[in-house]
Design a binder for this molecule. Sequence first.
Ligand code: GLA
Length: 730
Amino acid sequence: MIVLDQKNRIFTLHTQNTTYQMKADQYNVLLHTYYGSRIDGFDLSALIQYGDRSFTPNPSEAGSNRNYSLDVMPQEYSTCGVGDFRLPSIELELANGSHTADMRYEGFRLEKGKYAMEGMPGFYSNEDETETLVITLKDAAAQVDMELYYSVFEDYDLITRTVRVVNQGTEEIRLCRCASLCLDFLRTDMDFITFNACHLMERCMDRGALRSGIQSVGSVRGISSHQHNPFVILCDRGADEDTGICYGAMLLYSGNFEAAVECSQYENSRLVMGIHPYHFCWTLEAGQAFTAPEAAMICSPDGFGQMSRQYHKAIRRHLLRDPYTGRRKPVLVNNWEATYFDFTADRLADIAREAAALGIELFVMDDGWFGSRNNDNCSLGDWQVNLDKLPGGLEALVSRIKNMGMKFGIWMEPEMVNEDSDLYRAHPDWALQVPGRAPSRGRGQLVLDFSRKDVRDHIYDQMKKVLSCVEISYLKWDMNRSLTDVWSVTLPARRQGEVYHRYVLGIYDLLERLHRDYPHILIEGCCGGGGRFDGGMLYYTPQIWCSDDTDAVDRLRIQYGTSFCYPVCTMGAHVSAVPNEQNGRVTPLKTRGITAMSGAFGYEMDLGKCTAEEKMEIRRQVESYKIYYDLLHDGDYYRLSSPFQDGIYTAWEHVSANRREALVSVVYDRNGAAPLFGTLRLKGLDPAFQYQINRTDSFYSGEILMKAGYPLPQMKGDYSAVQIYLRASE
Ligand code: GLA
């Protein structure tokens, strides 16, 4: 609900549990007056304290009033060069070389439904599900207009926002920074939580107290990156899964980003999040506009658990465009870890046949099927089938797979080119490179200049030939290096600061074309595993390969961190062979199944090598996944313990919306000779219900399970796991 107090120029956005307020003051500065637990009917600008503070400048309109300074007031969208020395949200370079921006309130409008994000990802809704507030600001001297957009998804406590900047003058201006989100707080006693690490260990949670100065995470790799994620949290120091206020900030963007928090003098702090200012400079000619990527905020007054569940629901219902919405996705088998590049059509057919017999429904052919690709140094860019490996082409292979009753999926890496490829030999200038400088390779490959439409068109034509020649149900869109040597032959010098962003818009363009032309194809995003796991990609690829690390124990950490923002159904997760290919760890097959099942489930191993007993276990897992699919994918997700705290087990729980069903998963870390007699307290159940345990005649009330706990079964061996299914008796 959006409440306007036009007389006092106060704008209040209410969600079910939260309130967000801003106010235009006497000098038309748009103040940010509150964000937090819901409060109705107040002007919260009373919280702002004015006073004479040295070295905090006073705007000219304030005359001799030294109590008024932009440098200390909480602002809705921070400016630069005119008296606020804290993190700017916008930086402008005008034709006269000045570098100041001073945006003042002009007016507002209300719209039904959600604002549109043209060519960029964004949450969507029906007209009657959301309301939008647009605040217009103006820098009269620079002749720049700005619109701040806010859409309110009440039920999810979600506020999405974006910013549009328009050059209303007659001369060219340069936009050097245009953040998507600015959030000011009149406090610094908070923790900043980020999700970091590296390839093979993505999105590990890192939590630390705010301290003076700027703390930031970001990416200048051209992708949102394995190293940091465009999702961060600010929260009470003591916040945990169930208590404390926390603010989630998610950027729906797949390229360079920055999320920075500044703690400044006088106990205030500011979070600014958006496209990374490194090598970003967008030229706006007279009349031209720029729109920043969307940011999505959820505030939870009741800890991280509630925040995550709200993100999960909002993402599932208002961001993903999944061809399987309302239907169960097929369980897949992927041949990568089974064969790498070394396969023939017969070998693939063998894997598929074994899989089909175990109830697996989709066969995915990974890297190595095109050009003359037998290693990772050639053929990217030549998307024609390798007839030596696959005689009879895709047609013959796919018809064999279909005859087994399976669907077929394929791997591609559209953004890349190898120097050893026909495409590169014909168009060496299509790869990103700086004149006079030999470009760096990553995994032996170069990056195609996706800011160019002609390059995208050519790749898309090739993709269409593949996707249209046989029935393809699934596409794995991979991307296996970071961007370097970012320069485009098609743009003039003053526009080279646009290439990173134009590249991202180029990916979105191609993905949107795929979505339009092949709406039935399930696209799984991938970037050396989870290097581009962000809300931007999720709009186009409703699931993303979570990590190249398939070890179940490492995956507990990766999936745990990922779950703070992203729902389980988006996390590509496969059972693979042991010793694990990445770290050599041996875990029980059951544990690998239970861990992968809390994701978009599949297998990535040579099933022909499994023993009869292992095959039985796999058949059981596939059946369980199918039975529990709705609970796993649509249920509420509760983290019951953290794999980062050196505990004895990691546990999590899925609960159905009506609370009548729940599935608890527990993976034990190490088992000692002394048995563990622990109880695990569950969450989200109905205290009054009697729950039947694992379809046996054992019953516990929801109250007991939540207050006292469930006695954990004794297990033997490292990394053993159990699943406990609860069903409320009628
Ligand atoms: C990346 C992906 C893997 C696999 C390989 C193929 O590393 O993350 O899953 O597809 O590429 O080259």
